[in-house]
Design a protein around this ligand. Sequence first.
Ligand SMILES: [Zn+2]
Length: 281
Amino acid sequence: MKIFKINTPEFKIDGGAYFGVIPKMIWEKHYPADKNNMCDASCRSLLIDDGKRIFLIDTGIGNKFCDNLKKDYFINNKEDLEKNIYALGYKPEEITDVILTHLHFDHCGGTTKISNTTGNLELTFPNAIHHISSSQWDNALNPNYREKSSYLKENFELLSDSGKLKLTDKNTYISENIELRIFNGHTSGLMLPVIHTESRTLFFAGDLIPAKASIPLAWISAYDVFPLTSIEEKNKLLQEAVINNWVLLFQHDYYNECCTLQKTDRGIRVQETFSFEEFAL
Ligand SMILES: [Zn+2]
């Protein structure tokens, strides 16, 4: 099994929103902000080739964002999902499975694109089955007022009648090595992959634990719809991860990609951080 990290367009998140109730004088020691209080954020995806199927986990912000979104979130185009897939020697048509952790714009924007030939919206990965949790799908189609602005229908609506949508309502294995776990604190039906390689288990921590600084239980993002559920889910996951020596991959941490964990007197904390390349060795 081969696993590759794919960088997609980066953006900035308001530091207060990123770290919720944690005061700035504490969080800024761990995660710097600019003069507008904005923090740099990565959007990492993974491509997994198990020899039979080619999986893509999340599609980032994409490149069809409107000017307002681009300005509000300081989105830059330095990274490009499709270009980075080609650079690895794969083609978008070869992706067999797209796993969307959820449908907030920074996780599924690259799922559709404007066609160069027709100018119409089309699926970026036309041959892939797109895996989404059923509760997330329902939530995105009928959004609550809190999450409404994070769901941009042009990112996912095309999947409805495509025959390429597979909804999942419980924890499941979608291949021998890839397990999908459902969480409900950040949003209903956040679906995060646990990837079992021959030597290690890698947890794609997504928006459950977006950055290294989010590991302590109280460090919950203000974007989380049910923060107390997030704390419970994070606690359970961290216990399992530390016991089994899992590696965590941070999707949004601009400064850290992967870590292992250890038990300390203050709770579970980072043992060691390292790059994805070091994990993949
Ligand atoms: Zn996110």
